[in-house]
Write a protein that binds this ligand. Structure first.
Ligand code: ACM
Length: 265
C-alpha cells in the first residue's frame, strides 16, 4: 500500500480556502493513507480565546471533519488530519481519522507545545490505534514526538503505521524520527507545514517542512524540502512493522524491563 503526505502553507483563519486547496492538491494522489498537517484548515498561531472559539469545531459533526469524510469516500482514501476541536466548553488540539467507510476516530494531543497551553486542554484520549483494511494505524501530533513514551505506547498498542500531523518549528524532529521508528519498529508519516505566520508583532513562527515517511529500520523513505509545497507517497508493507526481532536473542518489545522502569510511572 502507499502512504503519503501533503505539505503546504495553510492561510490562517481561511478554512474553506485551505480545505479547497487540499481537495484540489490531492486529486491525483495514489496514496491509500494520506496525512495532513496539524491544524491544516485553520493555521497554527492562535492569539486569543475568541479565535479558538471561532475556529474550533465539533468532531465528527463539524464541517472540516465532514469535508474529510466526503473526500475519503469520494477518493477511496484514508486521511489523518489535525484540527482544533470543540468539546463542550473545552478545546483540544486534535486529529481525526477518516476512511472510505466514514469516520473512524480521533485523538487529542497529549503534549501541548508552547502557547498551545494557553488555549487548549491537554488531551485526555491517550494514544489510540485502529485496526483497518490498510493496517493498524496510530496517531500522535507534532510535539508528542519529543516524548519517546508516545511512540512506545503506540508500538505497544500494535501500531504499524503512525500518522503524525505536525506544525514543527524546532529543527530536531525530522532527524529524530528515524530513531523513534527504529527503536519501536514502526513506520511513521510526518506531515509538516511550511511558511511563516506573523500574527503577533513581537513573534513570528517559521515552519520547517521536511515532511517524511520513515521505515521500521530507521530509513527515510521520502522527505520533502523545507519550503516547498509537496505531495509525496511511497509504497510500504505495514506488516513488516510486526516483526520486532532484532536477532535470535532480542525481541525489541519483549526484551523490555518495565519492572525496572519505576521512575517512568
Ligand atoms: C508543535 O507541537 N506544533 C510544535
Amino acid at each position: 500500500m502507499k502512504v503519503g503526505f501533503y505539505q503546504f502553507s495553510p492561510a490562517f483563519g481561511e478554512k474553506e480556502k485551505n480545505i479547497n486547496k487540499v481537495v484540489t492538491a490531492i486529486k491525483d494522489t495514489d496514496a491509500h493513507l494520506l496525512v495532513l498537517p496539524e491544524f491544516f484548515a485553520t493555521g497554527y498561531q492562535f492569539i486569543s480565546e475568541d479565535e479558538v472559539d471561532d475556529l474550533s469545531e465539533q468532531v465528527p459533526k463539524g464541517p472540516t471533519t465532514e469535508a474529510l469524510i466526503e473526500l475519503s469516500h469520494e477518493k477511496n482514501i484514508y486521511i489523518v488530519a489535525g484540527l482544533p476541536e470543540r468539546a463542550g466548553d473545552k478545546f483540544y488540539n486534535s486529529a481525526v481519522f477518516t476512511g472510505p467507510e466514514g469516520f473512524i476516530g480521533f485523538y487529542r494531543k497529549t503534549h501541548l507545545f508552547s502557547e498551545e497551553t494557553l488555549y487548549f486542554t491537554p488531551g485526555d484520549t491517550g494514544f489510540r490505534v485502529w485496526d483497518t483494511k490498510i493496517g493498524r494505524i496510530g496517531i500522535k501530533i507534532c510535539f508528542d514526538w519529543f516524548f519517546p513514551e508516545s511512540m512506545r505506547s503506540l508500538a505497544l498498542l500494535g501500531a504499524e503505521v503512525v500518522a503524525h500531523p505536525s506544525n514543527l518549528v524546532l529543527p530536531f524532529c525530522p532527524d529524530s524520527m528515524p530513531v523513534r521508528c527504529l527503536e519501536n519498529r514502526v513506520f511513521a508519516v510526518t506531515a509538516n507545514r511550511i511558511g511563516t505566520e506573523h500574527r503577533r508583532p513581537d513573534q513570528s513562527l517559521t515552519f520547517i517542512g521536511k515532511s517524511e515517511v520513515v521505515s521500521p529500520r530507521g530509513e527515510i523513505l521520502v522527505r520533502a524540502s523545507d519550503d516547498e509545497e509537496s505531495l509525496m507517497s511511497v509504497s510500504i508493507d505495514p506488516t513488516t512493522a510486526r516483526d520486532k526481532v532484532l536477532n535470535q536473542y532480542n525481541d525489541l518489545l519483549k526484551a523490555r524491563r518495565p519492572d525496572l522502569y519505576g521512575p517512568l510511572y
